[in-house]
Design a protein around this ligand. Sequence first.
Ligand SMILES: O=C(O)CCC(=O)C(=O)O
Length: 269
Amino acid sequence: MLEPTSAELRDYLFDLRGYLLLERAVDAGLIARLNQTLDEFPALEWGQWHGNVQRFDNNGACGLELQNIVEGGQPFEELIDHPSWIELLRRYCGESDSYVQGLFIDECFASIRRSGGFFPIHSGGYHGAVRGQYRYANNVFRCGQVNILLALTDVGPGDGGTMIVPGSHKSNFPHPQAGHQGQMDELVGVVEVTMKAGDALLFVDGISHGASTRTNSGERRVCIYRYGASWGATRYGYRYSEELLGRLTPERRAILEPITPRAPAKKST
Ligand SMILES: O=C(O)CCC(=O)C(=O)O
């Protein structure tokens, strides 16, 4: 069954479950260009850079992660303010209707998962950080961080797909079955999200989430862009290059650098 697209139903489901599945969010042409750019990427060791992109896997199990991927080429720049999600992000985590209205990308990376890879369970309302919190109050959304996870390949059973615990962004308890490795495959209450290439999963970072263990051969590829309020800073301290900032549209630049750096004018010698 297709996910509903009316604004009221989206708000209702996002509030209730903490996520939305945006089906066919990105067209096949852009998905092909994103994959081709990744195909042409050199093999990197952990910590190694290619231009301003760094291989920086979050943990030993998750697979290969290319951080700061917005510097990885034009197709990744097109995701910054993609029309399929940008207005939803402004609404949910862009401090809309306030004096600091605007968005910021806190982290953006491509993730490539092969057989055996998984992502341990994390986040959830219990002891949640304000940075990732879900909040709706006084008729406005004030979430700390909302993520777009875009499928670059089809993600079905055995592919190492994203898992979420619907409603857990409001949970007052940790999941009692979460083991020390944090694998989610057998946990009660978990939903594994199946996706077609081009579908995007929008979810508040404060929901309990992770990914199932990949048992199939081949690769699962996704991009994850984390959005937050305009006054944020990049999670790992990545700085965008002058070349990238210089060539972006004003709208995209305002999402990567919402506050123009201020410094005294350089004295001429
Ligand atoms: O790889 C996935 O599907 C989930 C990734 C994740 O949970 C994260 O990066 O926080």
